[in-house]
Design a protein around this ligand. Structure first.
Ligand code: PHB
Length: 390
């Protein structure tokens, strides 16, 4: 008798426990945020995490009756680790969305998992054009290298730059930057006598820069991933290349706001093309920068932060629209076609390509109030990714 009632109680408790768990699960909306928090790309992880947490602090963590839970994982920017973490998040944690992805190989490694599990994959950092074509579940809020590189290839020849050596990091985004810069620049009458590529892991820019010095082009066009710009700038200055009359141009990754202020005067006058500057003079951006700095001991947000912040907005809006019903497909549908004002300016998530459409700005590094900034002086509005084949 005693034994039986114990059993009954235990079963009752067990059932209660299980249904309690199910209820809790139903009311939680999980975002698996995979970022490089350590290793070579750690600044990207730090910027995006800070931006995602700022978004949640500003917008709350209960949306459409669901408690939003951010599950942060460090992939150390090793694609095999990214894949394993994504698998665990989908299978064990049953996340509703996968997000983050600091470098292209990490985003590509996870694309098949998104497709198989019908989980929207919000790319907040990686920027090779083809990523959105790797899975119909990819939505991108960062940018694409062709968007930025083409703008520079149009600006340079109109500004006395006819002969350019390119120097890019030897993987997806670098190859996109090289290809789209070169073909557009040559179309515009420019010449590219050399296209140099440096490895992604532990790059040594010195021998490449020496070669550029010997070639003496009008300008050196650079793409390096966020975090590597300061090293390029330092060695460019140490070799006296600016004094030798070689200009430095590139996509805005090289004058990354995360590092720019510490680059010193060698960065002054460097012209780049990009979608975001922390100095963008809109009210929305001023508030974003002020709030971000307040929450992060004065850290200046960079273009990675804005990709993370806008990615959270896209996820929140999709959750609001669907009420969390209908699973990954409904969420994905609600992400497509969103239009909003970002700290970078107007943003549109193209429903066909799932890629970001935004302004590309031409910017020059100037000193303002004693700090180095990317100061915008021209804009090309609503730029779609020129790399899309369809
Ligand atoms: C990328 O790996 O796609 C990537 C990383 C850093 C950047 C741009 C692109 O600044």
């Amino acid at each position: 008798m005693h034994k039986r009632s114990f059993l009954r109680t235990a079963i009752a408790l067990g059932l209660l426990g299980a249904s309690g768990l199910t209820m809790a699960q139903d009311n939680v909306f999980k975002i698996g945020l995979i970022l490089p928090m350590t290793g070579q790309q750690a600044t990207t992880g730090r910027q995006i995490e800070a931006a995602a947490r700022l978004w949640m602090a500003q917008n709350g963590d209960t949306i459409a009756g669901k408690k939003v839970q951010l599950i942060l994982k460090d992939d150390t920017s090793v694609p095999d680790v990214t894949r394993r973490l994504a698998q665990e998040l989908v299978v064990n944690e049953k996340v509703n969305v996968l997000a983050g992805f600091g470098i292209t190989p990490s985003a590509l490694a996870v694309a098949p998992i998104a497709t198989q599990s019908k989980t929207p994959l919000v790319v907040m950092a990686a920027a090779t054009s083809s990523i959105t074509e790797a899975s119909p579940y990819v939505v991108r809020t960062s940018f694409t290298l062709p968007q930025a590189a083409v703008a520079m290839a149009d600006w340079a020849p109109k500004n006395g730059i006819k002969n350019v050596v390119t120097l890019v990091t030897d993987y997806g985004p670098g190859l996109d930057a090289e290809r789209f810069f070169k073909s557009r620049f040559e179309f515009n009458g420019g010449k590219v006598p050399e296209a140099l590529r440096v490895p992604l892991r532990n790059p040594d820019f010195a021998p490449f820069l020496q070669k550029v010095r010997d070639l003496k082009p009008d300008a050196l066009f650079v793409f390096v991933p966020s975090g590597a710009g300061a090293a390029v700038m330092k060695q460019f200055g140490e070799r006296g290349m600016d004094k030798a009359g070689i200009r430095l141009i590139g996509t805005g990754d090289v004058t990354d706001d995360d590092q720019l202020n510490d680059m010193g005067d060698v960065a002054l006058g460097v012209v780049t093309s990009h979608h975001y500057s922390a100095y963008h003079p809109s009210a929305a951006n001023k508030k974003f920068v002020a709030d971000f700095q307040k929450a992060n001991k004065g850290m200046r947000p960079n273009f990675m932060a804005v990709g993370g912040y806008d990615g959270m907005r896209v996820i929140y809006e999709a959750l609001k629209k669907t009420g969390g019903k209908g699973g990954g497909d409904a969420l994905l549908a609600a992400m497509k076609g969103q239009i909003f004002e970002s700290p970078r300016g107007p943003v549109f998530i193209d429903a066909q390509t799932r890629d970001v459409v935004h302004n590309i700005y031409l910017r020059k590094v100037e000193k303002k109030d004693g700090q180095l900034h990317n100061v915008e002086f021209d804009v090309i509005k609503d730029v779609k990714d020129p790399g899309k084949t369809k």
